[in-house]
Design a binder for this molecule. Structure first.
Ligand code: 5GP
Length: 210
């Protein structure tokens, strides 16, 4: 049987560069599976159905909630976002390390349901750099940027619930850091109970002279 993959949640302020980080990480290493969320927001220029998101109407989204099709879902700046259950479970079973790039309310729901989830938080080096990146990316209007900044202030209150903080100054360094954190997580003793039991059993039989 394959070792079950690790479920990792990556959150971060809008503009923290976590999207680029995820793309780099998943294109460089093949042990990762990036979950594609469903959302009720409109596609941004260049976004493709099924690649960045599954774009849904509010009715469709609510139907998915009712049929328990999500691991978690949350509202973020007037829209719904949710993680479809089926893909995540299948990939974990297949031994892939599954990454959910979701906001904090969803992250906490996932941690509650699956306490072994690894929670990572990505942030730019400072609040000023965050604003500069949001304005510079030019995909949102000023009122949307303001809403996202005030949401970031709320989100900052929850960072303490995460396992690791990743300060995104240098993308290259960040990708490496994230990969190592997840790789090391595989070695945590509590994730290797089968191995430990087998070792104990083997040692017991050896010491009995079997
Ligand atoms: P954006 O509209 O910029 O793509 O995403 C807005 C926020 O929603 C980001 O913080 C993103 O991580 C979060 N998000 C994306 N998909 C999901 C999801 O499935 N569930 C939750 N809870 N948040 C999500």
């Amino acid at each position: 049987m394959k070792e079950r993959g690790i479920l990792t949640v990556v959150s971060g302020f809008a503009g923290s560069g976590k999207g680029t980080l995820m793309r780099e990480l998943t294109s460089r290493y093949d042990n990762y599976a990036l979950s594609v969320s469903a959302t009720t927001r409109d596609p941004r220029p260049g976004e493709k159905e099924g690649r960045e998101y599954f774009f849904k109407s509010t009715e469709e989204f609510k139907e998915m909630i009712e049929t328990d099709a999500f691991i978690e879902y949350a509202q973020y700046v007037n829209h719904y976002y949710g993680t479809p259950r089926e893909y995540v479970e299948a990939q974990l079973m297949d031994g892939k390390d599954v990454i959910l790039e979701i906001e904090i309310q969803g992250a906490l729901q996932v941690k509650k349901k699956f306490p072994e989830t690894l929670l990572l938080f990505v942030t730019p080096p400072s609040a000023e750099i965050l604003k500069k990146r949001l304005v510079g990316r030019g995909t949102e209007t000023m009122p949307v940027i303001e809403a996202r900044l005030s949401r970031a202030a709320e989100e900052a209150e929850g960072i303490g619930a995460y396992d690791y903080l990743i300060i995104n100054d240098q993308i290259e360094e960040c990708v490496n850091m994230m990969h190592h954190i997840i790789r090391n997580e595989h070695m945590r003793a509590s994730r290797n109970i089968d191995f430990i039991n087998k070792m104990k059993e083997g040692l017991r039989s050896l010491s009995k002279g079997e």
